[in-house]
Design a protein around this ligand. Sequence first.
Ligand code: HEM
Length: 440
Amino acid sequence: MPRSTLLRWAVQSVGPRLMLQREARRGQLGAKLAIDKSLWDDPFPTYEAMRAHGPLMRGGLVSSTASHGVASEVLRSPAFRVGIGSSERLSPLARLLLERTVDPWAVGPAEPPSMLAVDPPDHTRYRRLVSKVFTARAVAAMEPRVEAIATELLDEMSRRQAAGEVVDLVEMYAAPLPVRVIAEILGVPDSMQQKMLEWGNQAAVTLDPALSYRDFRRAAVALRQIHHWLAQHLVELRRNPGDDLLSRLAVLQDEGETLNDVELRATALLVIGAGFETTVNLLGNAVMLFDQHPDQLQLLKADPSGWGNAVDEVLRYDSPVQLTVRVAGEDTEVAGHEIQSGRFVSIMLGGANRDPDVFADPQRFDVTRDNAREHLAFSAGIHFCLGASLARLEGSVALRMLYDRFPDLAVSSPPARRQLRVLRGYEHLPVRLNQPAMVP
Ligand code: HEM
């Protein structure tokens, strides 16, 4: 492991942790949520407390919001940026170190030049290239493939249960389904899918702000492995391109577009990671919610046309991505508060999705809610999730097919949540597929 990993950890995790601790001591609830793991299982009361302070809770350097109106405004405002390291509120040394310690062979999904972490004009360029593949038509055309993949996984679950094994819904369905789908779209070979899943799981922590050195180092190792594999794979695709996204990205250089190698790998890595690290949580969270609210599942069994709306209600109620951050690129005003250039706003997407100003009786899980789709689980503005229609398709097909096959599916022992702040989902979800046979 290069020595620079330690320096990068100090700059990217120790610095933010000290800043967040200072803010948390002053009562900034967004900062408290970022570092106090005991709040992660149930962040919703803290979002309520934040909203009770008003639409925007001011802090020293970081303000936070759980208001739907403010969140939408900030996400859509050209006055805000995602380039966190560009904040002039950071000391010149911190900015220099952030810039200089980037490791092009371990760039994470939320680090420049990942699309998620760059502003226009670079963002516009990357997004245009990837959008060419994620057209509504291309996504709709994936439906039969999603069904076929779901069928294979459901068959395997049946076999495992028949063999007397405990079925873990995350391991056997929620995780592999989106990995296979995104791998097909991108042209990742079957033999690499399990590896991608393992590396992706290890790298997912890099979205969180204040990592332990152990987690940071583990993620760096995984990221380095993904980058090296991608570099080699892209060389092969240039020689022998297929009809998939990675091939198209790989040959762009030849067609005169200007993605350098690091940009190319960062874009590919983001789409791969974003393609499964979130959808796994959508599926797991949904199964847990239906287990807790059987009346809602009954409604869908009676009228399967409601699955699309139900997926949006799951996304609203238990959002797979709980927060995102923006930095003011100029002096501006939000909800009557002045925000000076360089200040951060921490946007609680999962909190905004329970804002009573927008959602009536927001703590109620209601698959027939008529404005469920107004949630911000896919963010808003120019970084609005590029895979939203694919995620919605995967969610409704996978859940409908799961409950068609196993109408009595039930969670069989208390599940464990993943220890993450930004991503919210289950690590394991042990289930019983059928009702136990009646003993005569
Ligand atoms: C339930 C599933 C998903 C959720 C909840 C989700 C959520 C999000 C959110 C919140 C953002 C924006 C973050 C920000 O504004 O800072 C985002 C961006 C993105 N998502 Fe998703 N996502 C999901 C599935 C997918 C899938 C299946 C793909 C596959 C292609 C994908 C690709 C992307 C990409 C490429 C971006 C970056 C867009 C940009 O920066 O312009 N996502 N996603």
